[in-house]
Design a protein around this ligand. Structure first.
Ligand SMILES: O=P(O)(O)OC[C@H]1O[C@H](OP(=O)(O)OP(=O)(O)O)[C@H](O)[C@@H]1O
Ligand SMILES: Nc1nc2[nH]cnc2c(=O)[nH]1
Ligand SMILES: [Mg+2]
Length: 169
């Protein structure tokens, strides 16, 4: 959903996203022995799959969160599906050794909700905006707060007409 408040665009192709998600996996490979991944749907699904393949992690859980953009309020978050208790109970029951993955952190509101469920987990996103940086432990690329990131799954190819009209010659 286009956000009119952002006046810079950061379009990300599948190739770029794959490269940046692999870079995140590489960074995380030296930051801990990961028992499981919790991915925040829906944006965390693709990066979680790439990181899981690179790090050989096969226990992958989801936490399903929807944000509602009401017209008057800034927007509210709803937990549609919580984290499976089996994953919560791994290790110390507070998320040690668990990797929480999302595509990006913007205001940090989404990660804040998940941090309340797993305070000791490691939080990683591919992209980050300045306001959300304090909420994330590892990320690859920071973009300015007034940039809107366009992910490959939100975009498609379209015809670009020639710059100038056909000439006679
Ligand atoms: O740091 P925040 O301000 O919370 O914004 C970041 C969140 O917003 C987007 O998800 P969205 O809520 O649009 O749902 P989706 O992942 O299902 O598209 C994105 O995937 C992050 O989860
Ligand atoms: N696609 C997309 N979703 C977002 N949700 C919060 N910030 C963003 C963003 O920059 N791009
Ligand atoms: Mg999301």
């Amino acid at each position: 959903m286009e956000n009119p408040a952002q006046d810079k665009a950061f379009p990300v192709s599948w190739d770029m996203f794959h490269r940046d998600s692999r870079a995140l996996a590489w960074r995380l490979s030296s930051e801990g022995e990961w028992k499981a991944i919790v991915c925040i749907t829906r944006g965390g699904l693709v990066p979680a799959g790439i990181v899981a393949r690179e790090l050989g992690i096969r226990t992958i859980e989801t936490v399903c969160i929807a944000s509602y953009h009401d017209y008057d309020s800034q927007g509210s978050l709803k937990v549609i599906k919580p984290i499976d208790p089996k994953v919560i109970d791994l290790e110390d029951g507070e998320g040690s050794g668990v990797l929480v993955i999302d595509d990006l952190v913007d205001t940090g509101k989404t990660l804040k909700v998940v941090r309340e469920m797993l305070p000791k987990a490691h939080y990683a996103t591919v992209y980050a905006k300045p306001v959300g940086v304090p909420m994330v432990d590892t990320f690859i690329t920071e973009v300015s707060q007034d940039t809107w990131i366009y992910f490959p799954w939100d975009m498609g190819w379209q015809f670009q007409p020639p710059l100038s009209k056909e000439t006679a010659g």
